[in-house]
Design a protein around this ligand. Structure first.
Ligand code: 5GP
Length: 176
């Protein structure tokens, strides 16, 4: 196990309150509609599972696997698909759930990939966004928290595969 020093950054309580708020917004948007919620693996699995439980609509679940950090702490800028969607999204409402928007390259890649499959609508949501790290213009419909350009772990986000199981988000103090 790695022994990094972690500084708690966004508490479990704050995250859960934000998830509820985002869920209420999406419930208003999709009430009485069928919607496909796409979980972007691996980082958004925890946010996704809390979020979909707070949305009151007819939801089906899909999973889209992408890798861009390759285990390090800076984005490679190159997006690799590790798991494609199992079902078509054509003519259906889609919610795309991401963990964090850093350079914006992954979110833009995902948006283009889904739009090319002709959904009825696409709503994008990210728990975190680092506005100072953006390298390309990237519009996201709903963002939980805007954070500084620091590397964070927890609540699904990893460092070399670890720390995803923390129920809160922390900043890493000492990289090895
Ligand atoms: P982007 O393409 O926007 O640069 O990167 C998006 C992906 O990089 C995210 O889905 C996430 O997997 C990873 N990422 C970006 N910033 C962080 C961070 O601070 N911590 C962790 N653990 N992953 C990050």
């Amino acid at each position: 196990m790695t022994n990094l020093t972690l500084k708690p950054y966004i508490s479990e309580e704050k995250i859960q309150l934000k998830v509820k708020e985002l869920g209420e917004t999406l419930t208003k948007q999709f009430k009485n509609e069928k919607v496909i919620a796409i979980c972007v693996l691996k980082g958004s699995f925890m946010f996704y599972s809390d979020l979909i439980r707070s949305i009151n609509a007819d939801i089906t679940c899909e999973f889209f696997g992408v890798a861009s950090y390759h285990g390090g702490t800076s984005s490679s800028g190159e997006v690799k698909v590790t798991l494609d969607l199992a079902s078509p999204v054509e003519n259906q409402h889609v919610i795309l759930v991401e963990d964090i928007v850093d350079t914006g390259l992954t979110m833009n890649y995902l948006k283009n990939s889904i739009m090319s499959r002709k959904p009825k609508s696409l709503t994008t949501i990210a728990l975190l966004e680092k506005p100072d790290a953006l390298k390309v213009k990237c519009d996201v419909d709903h963002v939980g928290f805007k954070i500084p350009n620091d590397f964070v772990v927890g609540y699904g986000l990893d460092y070399q595969g670890y720390y995803r199981n923390l129920p809160y988000i922390a900043q890493v103090q000492n990289f090895q």
